[in-house]
Design a protein around this ligand. Structure first.
Ligand SMILES: C[S@@+](CC[C@H](N)C(=O)[O-])C[C@H]1O[C@@H](n2cnc3c(N)ncnc32)[C@H](O)[C@@H]1O
Length: 262
C-alpha cells in the first residue's frame, strides 16, 4: 500500500481549482444526513469531518447544523487545510486542523459524529474505524459520504472516462465496499445507506475545471500538456451539450451511516 505522503501528492497545490470546481453536496441529501446526526443521543460533543479538503462539505454542514454544535475539519494537505481555515474566518464554531484519519487529533469520547466525505477511499481504513470508535461517544455517528461519476447512466461520464483510458491514465482506485467493512466492525450498529442520483448542470468550463481537479486527469496533463487536454475536454463538452454552454453531468451521491454501540 502506498504511504500517506504518496497519497497527499495528489492534493498538495490544487486547493484553488479544487474549491472552485468540485461539486457541493445536494441539499436534500445533506439535510437527511444532518437530521440523522441530531435525531438521537448523544447530546453534546464535536462533529469531526475527516479529509476535509478545502472545506466544501464542512461549510455545508455548518450551514445546516445548530451553531452551538462545534465542527472540526481534519485535513493532512497543508494548502487545502489553510484554504479551508481562511474560508470559515467569519463563521461560528468551526475550525480546521492538520491531521490524518489514522491518528485523529481528538480526545477519547469527544465526538458526537465522525464524518468523511469523498475521502475515506484514501485512508488506511482499519485504523480509521478504530480511531472513529475511540473518538465517538456511545450513540455517536460514523458516516462515510461519497460522490462518484455515474458511469452506468451518464453518456458524458462514459465519454470522459474513455478519454482517460485511451490516454493511459491509471485506473481510479476501486471504490471500497464500505457496507461490508462497517458490517464487520463490532463497535458499530446497523447501517443506513442512502443513494441520490443527480445530473449536475455545468457550463463547459465548469466541466473542464471539474475534470482537471481529478488526480487521474492531472496524470494525463503531465503527459500531454494543459492546452491539449483542455482542448480535448472542450470537445467532449460540445459533443454532450444540452443547450448553449450547458451539459448535464451524472454524479452519484451516497452515504453509509452507523452509530457507535455502547
Ligand atoms: C476528494 S478530497 C475530499 C475533500 C472534501 N471532503 C470534499 O468533500 O470536498 C479527499 C481529501 O482527503 C484527504 N486525505 C487523503 N488521505 C488522507 C488521510 N489519510 N487522512 C485524512 N485525510 C486524507 C486529501 O488530502 C483530500 O483533501
Amino acid at each position: 500500500m502506498s504511504g500517506i505522503g504518496d497519497k497527499l501528492r495528489h492534493y498538495e497545490g490544487v486547493a484553488k481549482v479544487y474549491d472552485e470546481f468540485r461539486p457541493t453536496y445536494p441539499t436534500s441529501f445533506l439535510t437527511r444526513l444532518s437530521d440523522a446526526l441530531t435525531a438521537e443521543p448523544p447530546t453534546g460533543g464535536t462533529v469531526y469531518d475527516i479529509g476535509a479538503g478545502t472545506g466544501i462539505f464542512t461549510r455545508q454542514l455548518r450551514a445546516l447544523l445548530s451553531a452551538t454544535m462545534p465542527i472540526v475539519g481534519v485535513e493532512p494537505a497543508s494548502d487545502m487545510c489553510a484554504h479551508a481555515a481562511a474560508s470559515v474566518a467569519e463563521l461560528p464554531n468551526i475550525r480546521f486542523v492538520n491531521g490524518a484519519a489514522e491518528h485523529l487529533p481528538a480526545e477519547d469520547g469527544a465526538g458526537r459524529a465522525v464524518l468523511a466525505a469523498t475521502a475515506a477511499h484514501w485512508f488506511a481504513r482499519a485504523q480509521f474505524y478504530g480511531e472513529a470508535a475511540r473518538v465517538l461517544r456511545p450513540g455517536g455517528v460514523l458516516a462515510i459520504v461519497q460522490y462518484f461519476r455515474d458511469k452506468e447512466r451518464s453518456p458524458i461520464v462514459q465519454d470522459f472516462l474513455g478519454y482517460l483510458l485511451d490516454n493511459d491514465a491509471r485506473r481510479p482506485p476501486k471504490r471500497p465496499d464500505y457496507l461490508a467493512e462497517l458490517e464487520a466492525r463490532p463497535e458499530f450498529g446497523p447501517i443506513e445507506q442512502v443513494t441520490d442520483l443527480q445530473n449536475l448542470p455545468l457550463s463547459f468550463s465548469q466541466f473542464v475545471g471539474l475534470a482537471l481537479s481529478s488526480p487521474t486527469t492531472r496524470d494525463v496533463v503531465d503527459r500531454l500538456g494543459q492546452a491539449k487536454v483542455e482542448g480535448d475536454l472542450m470537445a467532449i463538452a460540445r459533443r454532450h451539450a444540452v443547450g448553449e454552454d450547458r451539459l448535464a453531468y451524472g454524479m452519484v451521491f451516497q452515504y453509509f451511516l452507523t452509530r457507535r454501540v455502547s
